[in-house]
Each structure stands twice: as structure tokens, then as C-alpha cells.
Design a protein around this ligand. Structure first.
Ligand code: PMP
Length: 366
């Protein structure tokens, strides 16, 4: 008889559209300098670690009970953070949270996408957008960016008006290219969109552009702004993403969310981390100036960095990016090959890590 280890995907009644696919994910390699997944390189300060530990210890006594299904206290804290940092008044009713913004995006597509519906994005952008679309059986419509990776808003609005997607993704700052979209240009896309427009602001704290949240009063039935604690907040391991939108959007997502999706531990830890937002976000200015230093240094070495508003830089040009990526790994520096012709992406690390990256850059092949 067949042993369980001998069963392959081909033996399983897998959905046809998932056959032959590989799982998403950057290689997790144990090398000294890890600059490949756009995390904050600074570990949480000791006060934050203590506060998270204490908060988790307190709630551990209630682990026999399900957590608050609506995570109201956490959503209140996130709303207070958005209100004070963006300057637009939002309440817990405007905010929804899940295990990373990937789960938020998945819930959005479960509610507003799905079979017979379409989602559109401007490529190259965050590759999970089409993957989550596929997972929810939402047809993906790729639309182009300019050759310099910026978004041509007039052309974007024309395509959106023409294709009438149920969901439009605009990533700002865009991953992996780093540029932000000005609000006036986003406004043009929102005007043309017949359905939902998700502005993925995972890297918003690093950007000099205002948040799309400023447009919520004008587009209350279209706009969703997605955020995460994984980047500037230095909480990638905690898995906490969130969104701001009209309360009706939150009602819609409650139709598809799994009950108790945010554990007691996650809610307590995220709230404790948020209490230290000022300390955590103090690294943003350092990372932004390091980003500019690294970009200048790369240019000085003869590379072509793409202008970035985020905590990473896309840079070229390489005849064989995957060979160059390997030679960086050989020098103990892990960056990202995102499959863009001639380019690689590096996350901004600590000054020492950035120096190690720049040192390696002098020696890798082009
Ligand atoms: N959106 C963008 C643009 C991202 O780059 C990422 C992380 N790479 C995410 C969303 C998802 O991050 P998380 O699930 O950790 O919030």
C-alpha cells in the first residue's frame, strides 16, 4: 500500500488552477546580513519587550476563553494612531485588523472579489495581490506602469474606466519600485473606478507623500486604505495588519472573516507594541536618511537606483540578476530577486548592514 510520504500533489484532488504553482515566499537563509523582506532592522526596545511580555502574561490567564471577536480595544488604539499621525478623524468603526495586511487583503477580495469578478493592479507591484486574487478566484487584470516604474495616472484612470474592475490595487509607496502616488493622481483613479480601490500603504510611514486616508471623505464607498505593523512598526513577527475605510466596509468584511481570527495573544501584544509607537517609529527618520545615503552610494558605484519613498531600493542594471543575487549571498548579504528584468531589490538595514551591502556591491558581477 502507498505510504503517506509517497503521496504527491498529483495524487490529490487539488483545484486545477492551483496545479503546478509554487508557494510565495522569499528564501529564509541564515546569513549575517538579511536585507530581503523590508522589515525594520532595529529590534524592539527593551521597554516594549517588557510591556509585550507583561501584557501577554496577564491575558494568559484567560486562554481558556475565545478572544474578543471584534478586537474592539485594538481597533480603538489603531484608530487613535491613524487620527494622530494622518490628521483624519477615524474611530474603531472605521478600522479593521487581521493577521498581517495580507489577511486584510484576502478578506477584501473574499468580500468584493471572487468568481466572475476582477481585480486590477499596476505592475510591477506587490506580487501577493495577484496571488491572493487567484486564491479567491478573482480574475487578475495586469495594467502597466511607465518605463521608470511611476504610475501614469491619466492612463491608469483610462484603463480602470475601460476594464471596470471590481477591485483596484494601488500600492503607495509601491513595492518593489519604491515610488508613491500623489493624491491628485490617486483622485483620478478613484474617480474612474466603479468599485473598490485598495490603497496598499504598507510603507506609508517612510513616505513623504500624504496618506490616501485624506481622500476618504470624498470617496466613502470606494476607498480602503490598507496598513501594517510589519514594516515601520517593527512588528513583522507579531502579524498585525489593518485598514481604514467606511464602517460599512468593516461590516462587509465581518461576513467573510473567520471568527476569533485575532488571538488573545496577538491582540494583547499588538496593543502593547502600539503604546511604544513613538519609540519604534523614531527609526523611520534614520532609515529614510540611510536609504538616501545608500542610493547615492549605489549611484557612485555606477548602479541605477530607482528613486524610493520607502525602506528599500530597486536597483540595476544586471545582465543576470539571479547570478548577481547568488554572488551577494556568497558574500553573506541576502537581498531580493523579484523577477524584474535587470534589477534587484535591497531593504535598508542598520548603517553597518548597509555598509556591508555596499562593500559587497563593489565586488559582485553585473
Ligand atoms: N503590502 C505590501 C505592499 C507589502 O510589501 C507587504 C509585505 N511584503 C504586505 C502588504 C504584507 O505584509 P503583512 O502581511 O506582513 O502586513
Amino acid at each position: 500500500s502507498q505510504q503517506s510520504d509517497d503521496v504527491t500533489l498529483d495524487d490529490l484532488p487539488l483545484r486545477e488552477d492551483l496545479r503546478g504553482k509554487s508557494p510565495y515566499g522569499a528564501p529564509q537563509l541564515d546569513v549575517p546580513v538579511r536585507l530581503n523582506t523590508n522589515e525594520n532592522p532595529y529590534p524592539p526596545p527593551p521597554e516594549l519587550v517588557d510591556d509585550v511580555t507583561e501584557a501577554v502574561r496577564e491575558v494568559a490567564a484567560q486562554l481558556h476563553r475565545y478572544p474578543d471577536r471584534d478586537a474592539v480595544a485594538l481597533r480603538e488604539d489603531l484608530a487613535a494612531y491613524l487620527t494622530s499621525s494622518v490628521g483624519i478623524e477615524v474611530t474603531s468603526r472605521h478600522v479593521w485588523a487581521a493577521n498581517g495586511s495580507n489577511e486584510v487583503l484576502q478578506q477584501i477580495l473574499q468580500a468584493f472579489g471572487g468568481p466572475g469578478r476582477t481585480a486590477l493592479g499596476f505592475e510591477p507591484s506587490y506580487s501577493m495581490h495577484p496571488i491572493i486574487s487567484a486564491g479567491t478566484r478573482t480574475d487578475w487584470v495586469p495594467a502597466p506602469r511607465r518605463g521608470d516604474f511611476s504610475l501614469d495616472a491619466a492612463e491608469a484612470a483610462r484603463i480602470v474606466g475601460d476594464r471596470k474592475p471590481d477591485v483596484v490595487f494601488v500600492t503607495s509607496p509601491n513595492n518593489p519600485t519604491g515610488g508613491s502616488i500623489p493624491l491628485a493622481e490617486l483622485d483620478a483613479v478613484l474617480q474612474a473606478a466603479p468599485g473598490i480601490v485598495v490603497v496598499d500603504e504598507a510603507y506609508a510611514e517612510f513616505s513623504s507623500q500624504p496618506s490616501a486616508l485624506e481622500l476618504l471623505p470624498r470617496y466613502p464607498s470606494k476607498l480602503i486604505v490598507s496598513r501594517t505593523m510589519s514594516k515601520a512598526f517593527a512588528f513583522a513577527g507579531g502579524r498585525l495588519g489593518y485598514l481604514a475605510a467606511s464602517p460599512a466596509v468593516v461590516d462587509a468584511l465581518q461576513l467573510v472573516r473567520l471568527p476569533y481570527h485575532l488571538s488573545l495573544l496577538t491582540q494583547a501584544a499588538a496593543r502593547a507594541a502600539l503604546r511604544h509607537a513613538d519609540a519604534t517609529l523614531a527609526s523611520v527618520a534614520t532609515l529614510a536618511s540611510e536609504r538616501d545615503r545608500v542610493a547615492d552610494a549605489l549611484r557612485g558605484l555606477g548602479f541605477e537606483p530607482v528613486s524610493s519613498d520607502a525602506n528599500f531600493i530597486l536597483f540595476g542594471r544586471f545582465a543576470d540578476p539571479s547570478a548577481t543575487w547568488k554572488s551577494y549571498v556568497g558574500k553573506g548579504v541576502l537581498i531580493r530577486d523579484i523577477g524584474i528584468d535587470g534589477h534587484l531589490r535591497v531593504t535598508i538595514g542598520t548603517p553597518d548592514e548597509n555598509d556591508a551591502f555596499l562593500e559587497a556591491s563593489k565586488e559582485v558581477g553585473r
